[in-house]
Design a protein around this ligand. Structure first.
Ligand code: URA
Length: 241
């Protein structure tokens, strides 16, 4: 990695703004190779320098992986002139890393969204050949039956003639009018869950993605919040063939 100013390096982690970095340095909380940093404009190569904040050693990996609990009302896009995008939910420092969402959730869909700057990983996760599974929780206006589960497993044919790959429909609960289901897909076509359940007479009222391949939405992550992937989560994703 090239040499970078200390404030730029530290703020690139997304944990502190440049102003906060200045404060940390003033308070002597930033160590460079074990010595308190003197100035924020000094340049270092993070591959050959040990940087610590409050005793914690920082790592400057090549790529950044963020789990977002997407709320309804924001677009899975990197920019839009009219509506808020998922990037608007990240701090400025992280937005500067040019992250993008891996796949799309509809504006009204909530749940797991991975954001990264790792193009090859995104490509692997989205490749139609790999059939990475995605699990959705849905609340439906209508009640699906065992017959519908069988039809999902066989591969639904949608109104426009598209033949879906076999999918898993699990019925969780119903009150005779509305129901809750889990749906596992191995592909990701436009409005797919909504079109699939609607084709069986039960339109989606609420939709949330729970997982994508080995990555599960952290139940402790509040709607609208983000966090970095853990090392274990990163390894599980990166080991996908
Ligand atoms: N299927 C849908 O219909 N919408 C989503 O956002 C994701 C899957």
């Amino acid at each position: 990695m090239a040499q970078m100013r200390l404030d730029k390096l530290l703020s690139s982690t997304g944990r502190w703004s440049r102003r906060e970095v200045r404060q940390l340095v003033r308070e002597g909380r930033v160590l460079v190779d074990g010595r308190p940093a003197a100035a924020t404009d000094e340049k270092y190569d993070p591959e050959h320098t040990m940087l610590q904040v409050d005793g914690e050693r920082l790592s400057f990996a090549e790529h950044c992986y963020v789990m977002l609990h997407k709320p309804a009302g924001v677009l899975s896009a990197t920019e839009d002139r009219r509506a808020a995008t998922v990037l608007d939910l990240l701090p400025l420092e992280l937005r500067k890393r040019e992250l993008f969402p891996v796949g799309r959730l509809d504006k009204d869909t909530e749940g797991l969204l991975l954001l990264t700057d790792d193009g090859p990983l995104a490509h692997r996760l989205l490749s139609p050949r790999r059939h990475v599974d995605k699990v959705y929780y849905a609340r439906l206006d209508g009640v699906l039956t065992e017959e519908d589960c069988t039809a999902f497993a066989a591969g639904l044919v949608l109104e426009d003639g598209y033949s879906c790959l076999p999918a898993r429909l699990e019925r969780l609960a119903d009150d005779g009018v509305q129901s809750e289901v889990l749906i596992t897909l191995h592909e990701g076509k436009f409005h797919q869950v909504k079109r699939m359940t609607a084709s069986r007479g039960a339109p989606v009222l609420y939709l949330k993605r729970l997982s994508m391949g080995p990555l599960r939405l952290d139940p402790a992550l509040e709607c609208g919040k983000w966090r970095y992937l853990t090392k274990e989560e990163e390894d599980a994703l990166l080991s996908l063939q």
